[in-house]
Design a protein around this ligand. Structure first.
Ligand code: NAP
Length: 249
């Protein structure tokens, strides 16, 4: 068991997805109380029912109403927010920059950047009001560190998540709130499957670019998130952590 997690209230956006659901299961084992936020209401409900102390909230993170609704639900049910995994995200269209539809760009920015910002804004206010610190993990990507052809919106949005993390870390210093970003490589989730289905089939096998020779499991990402939420990472703040099997090394 990791130090400092038992009884904490964790809000996880994209909580019914591949990475978010594993984070929920892992934090459940650690004795956290959970708020699973996803636009997929059925999947969020099913997951919440399978965990000892969890509720599901159907919300769109890109809207102010959605953000307010998941924060209000967390406070109604558990009275506080101690941990926040700001994780919901989409890939968007795969297209060269010159051919990219601006509406598709806007959609990705709306979920990945505006959604991350709205979540940070709401939860930072709440944590400051509580006055008991907290830990926030924003999900960026290796796409937040380097460019990839065909992924303009996603790469721009995930670089922005890194920027939001850095500003927040400076602003909350001394409040006991820690803010970090994780940059997963390629994780074995539905997002990766749909991306692979759209990518050119004659392209290189992505695992050839990964020194560990395989995709990450969602549980391996959840292990990092749980550690960042725990007291065992008490001096890790404003960090942007790659978890990519060595892909960018
Ligand atoms: P996933 O399995 O597709 O899960 C994402 C979840 O977020 C889905 O349940 C999705 O619902 C939900 N969601 C999307 N837009 C939302 C919105 N506006 N409001 C509320 N919920 C929303 O993807 P994942 O692989 O777990 O990805 C989680 C995060 O990790 C994302 O930010 C992603 O960019 C990042 N990441 C993933 C990888 C990877 O290789 N998989 C690598 C690096 C970073 P729907 O199913 O209805 O869309």
């Amino acid at each position: 068991m990791l130090r400092g997690l038992t009884g904490k209230v964790a809000v996880i956006t994209g909580g019914a997805g591949g990475i978010g659901s594993e984070v929920a299961r892992r934090l459940g084992v650690e004795g956290c109380r959970l708020v699973i936020v996803d636009r997929d209401a059925g999947a969020a409900e099913d997951l919440a029912k399978s965990l000892p102390a969890a509720i599901a909230v159907a919300a769109d993170v890109s809207s102010a109403e959605g953000t307010e609704s998941y924060l209000a639900a967390a406070l109604d049910e558990f009275g506080a927010v101690d941990l926040f995994h700001n994780n919901a995200g989409i890939v968007g269209a795969i297209a060269g920059m010159a051919d990219l539809d601006p509406a598709s760009f806007d959609k990705v920015i709306s979920v990945n950047v505006r959604g991350t910002f709205l979540g940070l804004r709401a939860v930072l206010r709440q944590m400051r009001q509580q006055g008991t610190g907290g830990s926030i993990v924003n999900t960026s990507s290796i796409g937040g560190l380097v460019g990839t052809p065909g992924l303009t919106s996603y790469v721009a949005s995930k670089h922005a998540v890194v920027g939001l993390t850095k500003v927040a870390a400076h602003e909350v210093g001394g409040t006991g709130i820690r803010v970090n970003a994780i940059c997963p490589g390629i994780v074995d989730t539905a997002m990766t499957a749909s991306f692979a289905a759209e990518a050119p089939q004659d392209g290189p096998n992505p695992t050839e670019r990964i020194p560990l020779g395989r995709l990450a499991t969602p549980a391996e990402i959840a292990d990092l998130v749980a550690w960042l939420f725990s007291d065992e990472s008490s001096y890790v703040h404003g960090s942007v952590i790659r978890v990519d099997g060595g892909m960018l090394s």
